[in-house]
Design a protein around this ligand. Structure first.
Ligand SMILES: [Mn+2]
Length: 330
């Protein structure tokens, strides 16, 4: 199994909560994204293979080249949609009842898919702002239609680029009731798109998003693998029903251990590598960590590999074979 890691660059932010809106590490609030990438790469070295960015807040047409330089040979595995980061979409983007807002959400989502395509990265839609906060707020029937339509357009654009679309579900926050809130609703969207002939969509399991739903990690990894839908992984953990985004296995350790076993049974890294020549596993750092937890998180999912040494050897081989343009630091 050839697992690779990627890090969501947003984890190196100011650690904002609604009680401390400047963040617990306010010194990073105004940090330039290129400097942030440099800080990540110099601090993490070969613990992390590749990186992930939101479009357009973190990566966009204006800074992509500078970011690539700062990555010093590390790749960009995924670009994620950033509608939830813009106040314009506070009442939904793809499902906004305002047609002009909806059009802008679709335009940006397709631009994000184009950015991913231009980088040979995959595209993640976590539709966290596509939901509602109150009863009687939402025309549910139309909202669901718009959601499936919008995701379908994005999937089609990804298909034209030859990349995958990963769908990531979560039940709440920032929208209190997110439409695509569990694994079943994610499969509903995927099957609606399959019926239209769109088959480049897989599930991005964000582990705490499953745990906070009471969804068992290993069961769904195995089920998705059986359907050819086991996509990218966002690895993290949490205490209960909130998205703590803690480091991997800090809680729910046994469930996470069982997941590691199922990923191995599914030949997870091998499948990914054959399918896309890219890296399947991401480690998200949440709010409360320093160097040691990062190392622990990375060490954890090496459990899925026979030895770290073999992994590194295999990784070098893959890099040489698949990505001759990448500097040979891996
Ligand atoms: Mn995630």
């Amino acid at each position: 199994m050839t697992l690779k890691t990627s890090l969501g660059i947003w984890a190196l932010g100011p650690m904002i909560t609604r009680f401390v809106p400047v963040g617990y590490q306010p010194q990073w609030a105004s940090e330039n994204i290129v400097d942030k990438v440099g800080r990540a790469v110099s601090g993490l070295g070969d613990l992390i293979d590749d990186y992930e960015f939101h479009y357009p807040q973190e990566i966009n047409e204006g800074n992509a080249e500078a970011i690539k330089g700062a990555l010093q040979g590390h790749g960009i595995y995924c670009v994620a949609t950033g509608l939830h980061l813009d106040p314009m979409f506070g009442r939904g983007g793809l499902i906004s009842p305002d047609a002009s807002v909806r059009r802008e959400a679709v335009r940006r989502t397709l631009a994000a898919a184009d950015m991913a395509g231009s980088l040979r990265a995959n595209f993640i839609i976590w539709p966290g702002i596509e939901g509602y906060n109150y009863p009687f707020q939402t025309p549910y029937r139309e909202s669901w239609t718009w959601l499936v339509e919008g995701i379908g357009l994005a999937a089609q654009r990804c298909k034209e680029h030859g990349i995958k679309l990963f769908l990531e579900h979560k039940n709440s926050e920032p929208a209190m009731k997110i439409l695509m809130r569990n694994i079943g609703m994610t499969l509903h969207v995927i099957h609606k798109l399959r019926a239209q002939g769109i088959d480049n969509v897989q599930v991005n399991m964000d582990w705490q998003h499953l745990l906070m739903n009471g969804e068992n990690l290993a069961e769904y990894a195995a089920m998705l693998a059986g359907e050819g839908l086991l996509g990218h992984q966002h690895a993290n953990s949490g205490w209960g029903t909130f998205d703590d985004d803690n480091m991997v296995g800090a809680t729910a350790f046994m469930e996470t251990l069982e997941l590691a076993l199922e990923l191995r049974r599914a030949h997870y890294g091998d499948n990914q590598r054959r399918a896309a020549g890219l890296r399947p596993l991401s480690v998200h750092r949440g709010r409360n960590r320093g160097r040691a937890p990062k190392r622990a998180a990375v060490a954890f999912h090496r459990l899925g590999c026979r030895t770290h040494r073999r992994r590194r050897t295999a990784r070098r081989a893959v890099t040489k074979r698949c990505r001759p343009g990448v500097r040979g630091r891996l």
